[in-house]
Design a protein around this ligand. Sequence first.
Ligand code: EPU
Length: 479
Amino acid sequence: MTHSLRIPDLTIPARPDQGTARPAVGPGDAGDAAINDIDVIRVAGEARLAGTVHVVGAKNSALKLMAAALLAPGRNVITNVPRITDIAIMGEVLRRLGCGVRFEADDPPDPMIARDGSPRSRQVIIDVPEEPGAEADYDLVRRLRASICVLGPLLARRGYVRVAHPGGDAIGSRGLDMHIAGLARMGAVISGEHGFVIAEAPDGLHGAEIVLDFPSVGATENLVMAAVLARGATVIDNAAREPEIVDICAMLSGMGARISGAGTSTLRIIGVPELRPVRHATVGDRIVAGTWAFAAAMTRGDVTVTGVPPAFLEVALDKLVSAGGLVETRGDAFRVRMDDRPKAVDVVTLPFPGFATDLLPMAIGLAAVSDGASLITENIFDGRFMFANEMMRLGADIKTDGHHALVCGHERLSGAPVRATDIRAGAGLIIAGLCADGVTEVSHVHHVDRGYPDFVADLRALGIEVERGTAPEEPDLAI
Ligand code: EPU
């Protein structure tokens, strides 16, 4: 069976007043494929990754940096922003809030322009009005859960905000209670109606002492963005410590915010009356870097990754050493080489600096081809193992029980058609396909486009035979 190749158009839509007929905020909206076609990536198995790959800015930082721009009227410029669907959607969220949003050639440019000549990063220029809008609708929020991060900055700027409740997703239920309780401590009155979260602080927010039940990344970000313009001092205890938190704190400090403790469990913020616009470079994407590190180990390859400090991946790289890999680190680069079949290692996901939950599919992939049995424990999302059934279609021997998975390794997996259910599961399945006999076709790879700027070009640069195309969507016959 042959399928026509179709590279999706990730062009960031221009503002409606700049003449775009229809906002194309994702691959599903673009191109001329038949309505029921789905994007697929096919890889040949028994492959080995070798070469160098440069990783651009982190999705999970750039999205929040774009929201943080709302805090300062005027022109904010964020560089090293990955060219992915989620960023395009966030651009649309900001446009609907009245911002001018333009994507331009990055400065400095992506050192590894993708094969089709398009860069994987850009800079985004965000012109924020004196009075941004205060509503984010469900049609965009459902496509980008991270749009909830406009809650904090808009409440701080406008004293009122109405954001659609994003609901759960394919990796599990995803609460907002810590975002809401923290904002309430700062004086907001929060209610919910018709699927919206409504927050009001007509007299402005005030500083507060907040202890998070869990170091939630999203809650920490929303609360920091609210606190920088609040009256008085805010202390956030049990705050998230991810590099993306350090990045947003650095951008906010560049805007004039007074924050200390970034990267530790206690953040102290002294509110200021106003912030000024800034130019800021996004930190490198540790999850993309980790994906390549695991792919190198699983395929017994030799890959050098640049653009991300290895300290962001200390536990993950240490696991690869325990599995028998050689890891060399230098500045913002590291090299992973695996000469023999990996040895089984146990993995437990935890908030940073622990092993990242977003690398769980890669850890399961590694375990599936390792010598021995691995116990993989997921502590962040209740539905993260949902993709394990797809991995089992590739011959992986996985038994899940609650938040544990026992994986018995086999030297080779077996190529099959499988389906991506979320960004990381999609990337994990494609890489697992490289360790299989025959061809693996991963469908619904629009999920992968949400987090990896040009996965296919990067795979090719690392010597992999890979093809992207479309296939007809199978009708759902379930009753
Ligand atoms: N949680 C609550 N209540 C809250 C907030 C969180 O119960 O008020 C729970 C969540 O349901 C989840 C856990 O706490 O079970 C962790 O959630 P967290 O808030 O830390 O995660 P997030 O901010 O929703 C971000 C990333 C995720 C990444 C997690 C953990 C973005 C846009 N998303 O999500 O990335 O897995 O932190 O590191 O930053 C991805 O990129 O594919 C992705 C899912």
